[in-house]
Design a protein around this ligand. Sequence first.
Ligand code: PDD
Length: 278
Amino acid sequence: RIVFLNGSFLPIEEARVPFMDRGFLFGDGVYEGIGVLDGRLVDNEAHLERLERSLAEVRIPNPYSPAEWTALEEEIVRRNGMTEGFIYFQVTRGVAERDFFFPEDAKPTVAMFTQAKTIADAPAARTGIAVVTVPDLRWARRDVKSINLLAQVLAKQAAKEAGAQEAWMVEDGYVTEGGSSSAFIVTTGGSIVVRPLSQAILPGITRKSLLRLSQEDGIPLEERRFTVEEAHGAAEAFLTSASNFVLPVVSIDGRPVGEGKPGPITRRLRELYLQMAR
Ligand code: PDD
């Protein structure tokens, strides 16, 4: 397996990050994750725009232009012979003696790897998944794709221990988003409901594409917050992320959603997304 670290492609066993990297010590960095289908990058431009924004918000210089990032992504996909899966990359503030203040002369650490994964024909897309709701314990700038994921690690582990595959995080009674995905419900009237963008959630790239596709398809959209109770009573539910595209949610907190199987609007949206990605 070949990874990219600070300008070089090398076997993962040889990739070493210094002990004093601020990503390791402070979680001082941001990341991106991009889906790959049929060897092609899905929604790459939008992901690189979000990276640019995350870096600017935490004041880490972007080490590469969009064209340079794209060349690195394409090369790592090619070197690993990956046709379907996920590209992960992160930028940290770099290596310096431990001190909270920004280092004067550190260079950002850039790391990238791929994970081969079946997305289009994933069994979970046919069966749907279970989610459980948990309190949202994250910081106040969730619109920044920070590598600090402790709250999500705890949320998703709690979901796993409850027999579910994803956690839906809840604040003030309203669902914010999934541990690593955007959360959607479909009302009994057939409208998609999704939380509006704010600092409370990550601006999901798959969410954005899906909303465009649903509008083009004439599916009614309500961009507003929804409560846990409304989710429990929804006709359908689903999540979106770069690593899963659109995944049906068939149970929430142990209760079946609708008929407890992937619903027609969810299946239609997944189909539209796959068509777009291909
Ligand atoms: N997670 N919300 C959160 C908290 C996320 O971590 C993610 C992505 C999303 C979906 O965003 P997008 O559609 O741009 O992937 C929403 C990635 C896949 C991860 O951490 O693995």
